[in-house]
Design a protein around this ligand. Sequence first.
Ligand SMILES: [Fe+2]
Ligand SMILES: [Fe+2]
Length: 239
Amino acid sequence: MSTPETTVRDIALEQPAAIRIFEKFGIDYCCGGRKALAEACEERSLNVDAVLAAIADAEEVHQPASRDWATATLEDLCRHIVDKHHAFIRAELPRLLQLAQKVVSRHGESHPELGQIQCLVESTGEELLQHLNKEEVVLFPYIANLERNVANCGPQPLGCFGSVRNPICMMIAEHDAAGEAFSEIRKLSQDFTPPEGACPTYCGFYAALADFERDLHRHVHLENNVLFPRAIEMEESCG
Ligand SMILES: [Fe+2]
Ligand SMILES: [Fe+2]
């Protein structure tokens, strides 16, 4: 049972229905998930008991069964991350940049925060694309190989980086940077709320930013909180 002292990350892991509630309240459960729920609520001026009650309610409404990634093979989990979340970023980023361009050219003068948001989307987007490549070319194949070797009781694969912990640390730092950029975007956009009477492109841009952040959080949650700890545990188990 979750309490105000339980970390946001642990709640998201144990009660997946809580993820929708965190999204609704703008609580970061992936990069910022190491905080206790009470602290995360305080930062967003939320009542922790109300958030806990909303989580309990969400648990009661049965969520459609999602795959249990705590027991799936790591190779399947990596494939799912690439097919669902990496593909989403690659498809969505050009659209997001186009929308940003349009909105800044039309409303940038009266809304200077739009220019700041555009810069953040451009720099974070570029970093994210490089990040996806590192995972797909180096880390995920290494993890799949590690899993195969452990299954065959064979020796651990020798990565050029020593332990799997090293690239994982780098990936987590990059997740943190993307998470911080998005919490800045959230602040600049008043929680993705367009001004009254905003044009459809303005509204579409903010809605696309909110969708992008939601997917990024689900993606980083699967990596930071499920895939990476399982890969480290697997490497250690074959000592
Ligand atoms: Fe990823
Ligand atoms: Fe990642």
